[in-house]
Design a protein around this ligand. Structure first.
Ligand SMILES: O=C(O)CCC(=O)C(=O)O
Ligand SMILES: [Fe+2]
Length: 300
């Protein structure tokens, strides 16, 4: 078998697992060379976030945006490709539009290059001095949704892929395999229809803990039931990003644009991207433009 044929076989295998289980772990999307460059870039932006010089962060105590609390301890750094981050932003942007990563996203979305839409690119980190946890949730379905609302939301969900790429060993994420296809059982609802973080995430029926080795990536349907626990004593630097299928139009707007991506309209951002990155950006700018024109509401 040639390398090309092996890649194609592996890729169709990941699609099958991703569709049926709602997640798939792929080992080889960060090269050894990139691993070092990305770790160095992360150290810089994490330092800047912790010393208060980067305002776009996810703060301990808050699960979703807006992250407007005064708590200085952070569990995430937002907008890794933002030109105000200087040289690290270019390292992140180069990897985001790399052949291997975009190749996997195209396979999972069954898309071509012309459909790839630039979206979110953030970093998940260990807080410096607090333990923190995210409660069980689906990213785009409310915890108190009725069974009928949940069924409709799961059926409607489509058009993007989300992933975590670990630069250090990472065991923070818990998921319920297959739950992207099913409404919750009564017992699962009890564990996810609450604002409280789980005492033990494995109390959730069907839950497993995901462990990634450095350089491994988990792609997951963001409507799979998931939660996460953060340990301030264990170093975490995990790239957390999404790519969309531009053919889905406004369907992705609420999930993506609530994170505040207007800075992507700046020419100096565009200038730091390669040709594929620029084309992906154009599709996001079009989404911003069309959702603004129709007055799309982001607060529901
Ligand atoms: O920390 C993680 O791996 C999960 C983050 C997450 O679920 C979220 O940001 O909605
Ligand atoms: Fe989530």
């Amino acid at each position: 078998m040639t390398v090309g044929a092996l890649w194609t076989a592996t890729m169709s295998f990941i699609k099958e697992i991703y569709d049926s289980q709602g997640f798939v772990i792929v080992p080889n999307l960060v090269s050894t060379d990139d691993l070092e460059k990305l770790r160095t870039a992360c150290d810089t932006v994490v330092g800047r976030t912790r010393n208060g010089h980067w305002p776009h962060r996810r703060v301990v105590g808050k699960q979703f945006p807006p992250f407007d609390s005064d708590n200085p301890d952070s569990w995430g750094v937002q907008h890794l490709m933002h030109p105000d981050l200087g040289p690290p932003a270019s390292v992140f942007a180069k990897w985001y539009s790399s052949d291997t990563l975009v190749g996997a996203a195209k396979e999972l979305l069954q898309c071509e290059d012309k459909d790839m839409q630039m979206e979110l690119f953030n970093l998940l980190i260990n807080p410096e001095s607090h333990k923190f946890a995210l409660r069980w949730h689906r990213d785009d379905v409310k915890g108190d949704a009725t069974e009928d609302e949940e069924r409709k939301a799961l059926a409607a969900w489509n058009g993007g892929v989300q992933w975590n790429s670990a630069l250090y060993e990472d065991s923070c994420l818990y998921i319920v395999p297959g739950s992207h296809l099913k409404t919750r059982t009564d017992e699962q609802r009890k564990h996810s229809n609450t604002m409280d973080p789980p005492a033990n995430p494995l109390d959730m029926p069907g839950a497993i803990r995901v462990t990634l080795q450095p350089g491994e990536t988990v792609f997951y349907n963001s409507n799979i039931l998931h939660c996460a626990t953060y340990d301030h004593e264990c170093k975490r630097a995990t790239l957390h990003a999404t790519i969309g299928d531009a053919r889905k139009g406004a369907g992705r707007a609420r999930n993506i644009l609530q994170h505040g991506l207007t800075w992507m309209q700046e020419e100096r951002f565009r200038d730091q991207l390669d040709e594929r990155g620029k084309a992906m950006l154009d599709r996001l700018l079009l989404l911003q433009q069309t959702t603004r024109d129709v007055g799309y509401s982001l607060d529901n």
